[in-house]
Ligand binder design. Structure first.
Ligand code: NAD
Length: 433
């Protein structure tokens, strides 16, 4: 049996080719497809960092700008041992499509440093961040490429990024160089919860417009969540607030379950205190993989790529998968889920709340203003609603499959929408010179 494709950049290519083949191009692509898919710039830097014990360790960092046709690069920086060039290229590609789906004027970018953040002290993280940003130099900037948080980086990391960049560019308003900053250095209210809120808003609207016949509301829907970091825990809180029953949540060390509904605030407090969800009050602890197989209506993968694969897609019991994480479902798993009638609300739509509010932060910083909570929440709700409708409408116009293939799904519809928008902008601008 042929092994499953797990390389994220190859997966991004499969998804792009599938969408491109369904887009109506009477004159053909004329080479535009290759240009739209290939990353514009891939930087790899090697950085020396003095560790707490005085030894110099060498780290590898990446920053990829996928496409700037619709605006400057935008995308997170992660610290993780699995960071590599192909992963960062894929994540940058998905950022281009995500910004286009929600209609924010950014292109796609992503970055990361290959390291194990769980073994690093705060001082070591600060030195890695500063040296990485110094190595990127003017490849990032308020009008060229704007980083944000991602796994194992947070508002503190963004503060160090801002500080490093602003030390290198004195006398200018450099606040818009990075988003996800703390509130008192130009951060915006609601950025920390924005991804979770966006996941919730997209799901609720999708159900309200009849996206999943038989499940029209979140009221008492059973929800399982894999990953309990920024995206996972805030998603859990918003779904619970709307009356959903959170039946399972997990992190790398275990899954906690309670069929009658988990007290999300108690699990958050327990995780903050002990570093893990395992053992949270009122729950039973199971292995980490149990979250993906939980008995539920909605499954929210909110951890990393390649979590739902050909090996476990058949065990997913949910009727709807909502991708809070980037790239959690492989193409082979997509086919299995589609064949079983499980809908997938794709990452480039479902988790776009983070980049929408990052965009608001960037605008706020350019104008040296402070947005209030209502303005942020209403702006986010409007964009998530519009984007969800636009993807569902595009799905309805995609051609039906031939030869027993599974029909077009929400991922191909969202990708097609994004590629069409990026292509239209590229054509209006023309290829320089
Ligand atoms: P985070 O570091 O805050 O949290 C990640 C969580 O996932 C942690 O709880 C970790 O223990 C858990 N985890 C990792 N591997 C796991 C596994 N195999 N099984 C169970 N749990 C596992 O990261 P985050 O910012 O919440 O990002 C999570 C995902 O959401 C990533 O794919 C990221 O790109 C995506 N995302 C994040 C944002 C954002 O604003 N933070 C925006 C859009 C997309």
């Amino acid at each position: 049996m042929q092994s499953e494709v797990l390389n994220p950049h190859r997966i991004a290519r499969i998804q792009f080719d599938r969408a491109a083949s369904l887009i109506d191009t009477p004159q053909g692509w004329g080479g535009m497809d290759e240009w739209l898919f290939q990353p514009e710039q891939t930087l790899m830097v090697t950085i020396p960092v003095v560790m707490d014990d005085g030894v110099v360790r060498t780290f590898r960092g990446y920053r990829v700008i996928h496409n700037t046709v619709r605006g400057p690069g935008k995308g997170g920086i992660r610290f993780h041992p699995a960071v590599n060039e192909d992963e960062v290229r894929a994540l940058a590609t998905w950022m281009t499509w995500k910004c286009a789906v929600v209609g924010v004027p950014f292109g796609g970018a992503k970055g990361g440093v290959c390291c194990d953040p769980t073994t690093l002290s705060t001082d070591e993280r600060r030195r890695i961040t500063r040296r990485f940003i110094a190595a990127l130099g003017d490849n990032i900037g308020p009008h060229t490429d704007i980083p944000a948080p991602d796994p194992y980086t947070d508002s503190q990391t963004m503060a160090w990024i801002y500080d490093t960049y602003s030390m290198m560019h004195p006398g200018r308003n450099t606040l818009p160089v990075v988003t996800g900053k703390p509130l008192d250095i130009g951060g915006i209210v609601g950025r920390t919860t924005a991804t979770g809120r966006g996941v919730f808003l997209a799901t609720r609207h999708f159900l309200e417009i009849g996206g999943l016949p038989g499940l029209e509301s979140l009221e008492s829907a059973a929800v399982a969540i894999q990953g309990f970091g920024n995206a996972g825990r805030h998603s859990a809180a918003f779904f619970a607030e709307a009356g959903a029953r959170i039946v399972a949540v997990s992190d790398t060390r275990g899954t906690v379950v309670n069929g009658s509904g988990i007290d999300v605030a108690a699990v958050i407090a327990h995780k903050d205190e002990t570093g893990a969800v395992a053992g949270a009050p009122g729950t039973e602890t199971m292995p980490p993989e149990a979250a993906l197989e939980a008995d539920c209506d909605i499954l929210i993968p909110a951890a990393m790529e390649n979590q739902i694969t050909a090996a476990n897609a058949d065990s997913v019991k949910a009727r709807l998968v909502v991708e809070a994480a980037n790239g959690p479902t492989t193409p082979a798993a997509d086919r299995i889920l589609a064949g079983r009638g499980v809908a997938v609300l794709p990452d480039i739509l479902a988790n776009a709340g983070g980049v929408v509010v990052s965009y608001f932060e960037w605008v706020q910083n350019l104008q040296n203003e402070e947005w209030d909570e209502d303005r942020v929440e209403q702006g986010l709700a409007k964009r998530m609603r519009r984007a969800t409708e636009s993807v569902v409408e595009r799905l309805a116009t995609l051609p039906a499959p031939t030869g027993g293939e599974p029909g077009p799904d929400l991922r191909v519809a969202a990708t097609a929408r994004a590629v069409e928008r990026t292509r239209a902008t590229a054509e209006e601008r023309g290829v320089w010179p």
